[in-house]
Structures are given as structure tokens and as C-alpha cells.
Design a protein around this ligand. Structure first.
Ligand code: SAM
Ligand code: SF4
Ligand code: FES
Length: 348
């Protein structure tokens, strides 16, 4: 089917907003199951059965921010902080290339010790390995984003976390949703493939704000949308809040697929951490990306953004096999192309 009709088909599912809001409020019901099945079918028509793998390198857990949900927040003194050296980061990327990953994601807390030029040099070295580079290092200066784009980075992940400006303000001391959105637009203008996304189950979140999360991802024309359950971390102010649930998270994945038929949507590690089948359920609700961990084992346990994170004791090659098995077990295939967004590829 041609792209215009496919996009229209997706939009039609989302047209009845009162019905969608009722479904978000009852994510275990029949209507939610139907939407997840429809999203899975639309995913198949738009982007096929391939699942793209992105090797995740968590290179620093230092963070200047104090996000109320995150174990890396600066006020968490119970965490042993680490920084990988540039050589260690490049060697983790080499390992990823050897495992057949076409993309590495460089992720960290907001750590100004990694200056713009330092990260640019790391990006250039990784590009020499023939890999696609995705960055996920938070809010930085537009000229730094520009420098990294020129160094060869093609994608940037920065979730908007919640589209409710008031809730955003409460969860992010000293930060605003307006600034986050402005920076996402800067990234778009620099022609990164931009990933936004949000958590499901944040205290104070409502069906309305969750639907606003989908609207915002569509307004931004996000190439990627990362959606995971909020998982309460004991060393944060939200320690006693209930976390997000699998059904509601998978429903939001489905709505993101219907809103953005060609998007790259991960079955998140957070979903796999609250349910052993969580990632599979997301892959059957519209997701088409997985992000196996490439962080050296020495540091994995210290990148504890939430508790009970999976794969803390597994080597990278074990996760490679595990993920492949899960994908094939669903009758899907592992992509062998770089996995760029089709509309971005047309422009580049
Ligand atoms: N510091 C960068 C940033 O914030 O964009 C990148 C790393 S940050 C740890 C990556 C993502 O982790 C955030 O966008 C957030 O959605 C997610 N996250 C943080 N704490 C979480 C929690 N307790 N449960 C689930 N996801 C969480
Ligand atoms: Fe830092 Fe990102 Fe965690 Fe916020 S979510 S505290 S910016 S690592
Ligand atoms: Fe790491 Fe399954 S993905 S063990």
C-alpha cells in the first residue's frame, strides 16, 4: 500500500478521541487488545517483519540533573559513579560491530565532563568502524549538537518524558518542557533522526496526558518513539509510587505506531524488566527495534536508572543470542540493513 493511504489508515484508528481515552483508561480490555492487533498489522504493512538491533553503550552515569524518577539523579549519593574512557567506549563499539550490530547508541547522564569536542572525536572514531551513531546524552548547546552531527552522528534520542508541562516541571527540578521541545526541534533542523518518547505510569499522569504524549510525538514528526513503563527507584523521591503496567505501556506503543506508521519504535528494556515477556508483547503491539546492552559488565550494575534491570550479569554475546532467539520465536527476522527511517533516507 502507498504511504499516504497507510498514514490515513493509522490516523483513522485514532480519530475517535473519547474512545481512545476510554481505552487508555482500561488497557486490559477488549478494545485495547484490538488496537494492539491493528497496530501490529499496520507495523507489518509499513515497515515489515524486520527488527533493528541497536547496541547500547552506557558510558557515564554522572548526571547534573535531578529528575525525580531516575536512579542517576545528582542527589543520589548511594550510587558509585563511573566514566568510561574514550578508548573503552570505542572498544565497546568494536565489540558491537563484531556482534553484527549496525548502530551503537552512546548514552549517559548529562555529564559535562564529556565536552563537545571530546564526544565529536569519539563519534569520528566509531564512524570509522562503519557503524551508525545514535546519541542520547540529554540537553546540550545547539552548537554541540551541530558539531556532533558534522562528526557523523545520525540519530538523537531524547524523550520528552511527559507532554504535561506542569507534571514535567514537577518531575524535573529546574527544567521545562518548553526547552526540551525547543531542543528537539533544533535536532530536527540539524537533520538528525530524532527520537522522543515518554514513560507510562508516572504519578499524576492521566489518559489525557498520555494521548497528548502521542500527539506531541506526531507534531514533532519523530523518527523514533521510545515508550517504557515508569519503574520506581528506591533512592528517589518517587520510591513509593506505583509503577507503570505492561498492558498500558503496550497500548501506548500501539498508539504510537498508528500515529507514526514508519517510526522506529523500541521494545524497551524497561518493559523486559517488569515482565519476562514484556519486549515480545511490545513487538506484537507495533514495536520494531530492540536495544541490547553493550556496556562492559564492570559498569552495568552502576547504570541503575531503575531497579531490577535485566542483563546485569550477561555478556554482550549472550544478549545477542538471547535477543535473536526472541525475535525468531515471534516469526520475525533480524534486520541486516542500518535501519534508518525511510523518510530520512530519502532526504539523505
Ligand atoms: N540522560 C539522558 C536523558 O535523560 O535523556 C539519557 C539517559 S536517561 C537514563 C534515559 C531514559 O531513562 C530517560 O529518558 C527516562 O525516560 C528513562 N528513565 C529514567 N528513570 C526511569 C525509571 N525510574 N523508570 C523507567 N525509565 C526511566
Ligand atoms: Fe540524568 Fe537522564 Fe536520569 Fe534525568 S533521566 S537524572 S537527565 S540520566
Ligand atoms: Fe540480555 Fe536476554 S537480552 S539476556
Amino acid at each position: 500500500s502507498d504511504s499516504a493511504s497507510l498514514i490515513a489508515d493509522g490516523a483513522e484508528f485514532l480519530a475517535d478521541r473519547p474512545a481512545i481515552l476510554r481505552t487508555i483508561a482500561a488497557p486490559g480490555g477488549e478494545d485495547a487488545q484490538q488496537l494492539r492487533m491493528s497496530a501490529n498489522l499496520l507495523r507489518r504493512r509499513a515497515v515489515g517483519d524486520a527488527v533493528h538491533l541497536r547496541g547500547l553503550i552506557e558510558f557515564s552515569n554522572h548526571c547534573r540533573n535531578n529528575c525525580c524518577y531516575c536512579g542517576l539523579r545528582r542527589d543520589n549519593r548511594r550510587l558509585a559513579r563511573y566514566r568510561m574512557t574514550p578508548a573503552e567506549i570505542v572498544s565497546a563499539a568494536e565489540r558491537g560491530a563484531a556482534l553484527g550490530y549496525r548502530t551503537v547508541v552512546l548514552q549517559s547522564g548529562e555529564d559535562p565532563a564529556f565536552t563537545g569536542p571530546m564526544l565529536a572525536e569519539i563519534i569520528r572514531e566509531i564512524k570509522r568502524l562503519g557503524l551508525v551513531v545514535t546519541l542520547s546524552v540529554g540537553e546540550r548547546e545547539p552548537r554541540e549538537y551541530e558539531l556532533w552531527r558534522s562528526a557523523g552522528a545520525e540519530r538523537y534520542l531524547m524523550r520528552h518524558e511527559t507532554a504535561d508541562p506542569e507534571l514535567y516541571g514537577r518531575l524535573h527540578p529546574g527544567q521545562t518542557l518548553a526547552k526540551r521541545i525547543a531542543l528537539l526541534k533544533v535536532l530536527k533542523q540539524l537533520d538528525y533522526q530524532v527520537g522522543t518518547g515518554f514513560m507510562v505510569g508516572l504519578p499524576g499522569q492521566t489518559p489525557e496526558t498520555l494521548l497528548a504524549d502521542i500527539d506531541l510525538a506526531r507534531e514533532l514528526a519523530a523518527e523514533m518513539v521510545g515508550i517504557g513503563p515508569f519503574i520506581p527507584h528506591p533512592a528517589t523521591p518517587l520510591a513509593d509510587s506505583p509503577g507503570g503496567i505492561v498492558d498500558q505501556t503496550c497500548l501506548m506503543v500501539a498508539l504510537a505506531r498508528l500515529a507514526l506508521p514508519y517510526a522506529l519504535i523500541p521494545a524497551t528494556t524497561a518493559l523486559g524488566s517488569i515482565d519476562p515477556q514484556g519486549r515480545e508483547l511490545a513487538l506484537e503491539s507495533g514495536a520494531n527495534v530492540m536495544m541490547p546492552n553493550l556496556t562492559p559488565r564492570l559498569h552495568r550494575a552502576d547504570y541503575q536508572i531503575y531497579p531490577n534491570k535485566i542483563c546485569l550479569n550477561e555478556e554482550a554475546d549472550h544478549c545477542r543470542g538471547c535477543i535473536t532467539g526472541r525475535i525468531l520465536g515471534l516469526g520475525r527476522i533480524v534486520a541486516d540493513d542500518p535501519g534508518h527511517h525511510p523518510l530520512w533516507l530519502e532526504r539523505n
